[in-house]
Design a protein around this ligand. Structure first.
Ligand code: AMP
Length: 112
C-alpha cells in the first residue's frame, strides 16, 4: 500500500521516534507547528477517524491512553493539545489516522 505513514510504521521511511510499542508509533512532525509537535499513529492502516469502528477502536483508545505519557516525556507539564484532522475541510493531507500532539507554548484559544 502506498501510504507514507505505513512506511514509517514499518521502518521503510525514517522518522524521529519518540515512542513505540506493538500497536502504535509516535514521531516528530517534519513541519512542526509548535515547539513540540508529535504525530501519534496506529501501526495498522486506518485512513481517518471516519474508519474507526468496533473492530479497530481499541487502538484509538490505546493511543489516547498513552498520549499523556508521551506529553510528559516531552516536558509538556503546562498542557498540550491533540488534533486529528478528518477529511478535506479539516485539511487532512495524510490518509492514515494520526493525532497531532502539540505543546511547548501557549496555543491560544482559537480553533478550540
Ligand atoms: P494532516 O494535515 O493532519 O494530514 O497532517 C499530516 C502531517 O504529517 C503534517 O503535519 C506533515 O507535516 C506531517 N508529515 C508528512 N510527512 C511526514 C514525514 N515523513 N515525517 C513526519 N511528518 C510528516
Amino acid at each position: 500500500m502506498d501510504c507514507i505513514f505505513c512506511k514509517i510504521a514499518n521502518g521503510e521511511i525514517p522518522c524521529t521516534k519518540v515512542y513505540e510499542d506493538d500497536q502504535m508509533l509516535a514521531f516528530r512532525d517534519l513541519n512542526p507547528q509548535a515547539p513540540v509537535h508529535v504525530l501519534m499513529i496506529p501501526k495498522q492502516h486506518i485512513a481517518s477517524l471516519d474508519e474507526v469502528c468496533d473492530n479497530n477502536c481499541d487502538v484509538v483508545a490505546h493511543i489516547l491512553k498513552n498520549a499523556h505519557i508521551i506529553a510528559k516525556q516531552e516536558g509538556l507539564d503546562n498542557g498540550y493539545r491533540i488534533i486529528s484532522n478528518c477529511g478535506a475541510d479539516a485539511g487532512q493531507t495524510v490518509f492514515h489516522l494520526h493525532f497531532h500532539l502539540l505543546g511547548g507554548r501557549s496555543l491560544g484559544e482559537n480553533l478550540v
